[in-house]
Design a protein around this ligand. Structure first.
Ligand SMILES: [Zn+2]
Length: 106
């Protein structure tokens, strides 16, 4: 079995393969971070060892969702007009965070 890389969330080397019914999943014994169950142990290991990309993709999706929700709030007048400049600045910061993540920077 290939080695499991350190946990992407807490950095500990206490990751292990656990059972979920007939499936297997990798998880961290220290902080309980875990990956979705896979059919085989090899798949579970691979998923854990490429989790940095997965974590990034999930963070990016969350940011984009937050940005969209925020812009909808502005559009529907859910935010005080007097604070319009402030809300646009926050939208700009979200844009920058998304661009930074898309730009890579491993
Ligand atoms: Zn951990």
């Amino acid at each position: 079995m290939p080695d499991l890389l350190p946990c992407p969330f807490c950095g500990s080397r206490s990751a292990e393969i656990a059972f979920a019914g007939a499936k297997r999943f990798a998880c961290c014994r220290y902080c309980s971070a875990g990956m979705p169950p896979r059919e085989t142990e090899a798949e579970a290991v691979q998923m854990w060892n490429t989790r940095t990309d997965l974590a990034r993709a999930q963070a990016l999706a969350a940011l984009e969702k937050a940005r969209l929700g925020f812009l909808n709030l502005i559009d529907y007048g859910g935010l005080d007009q007097a604070r319009h400049g402030e809300t646009l600045a926050i939208a700009g910061e979200l844009d920058q965070a998304i661009a930074a993540m898309k730009g890579g920077g491993k």
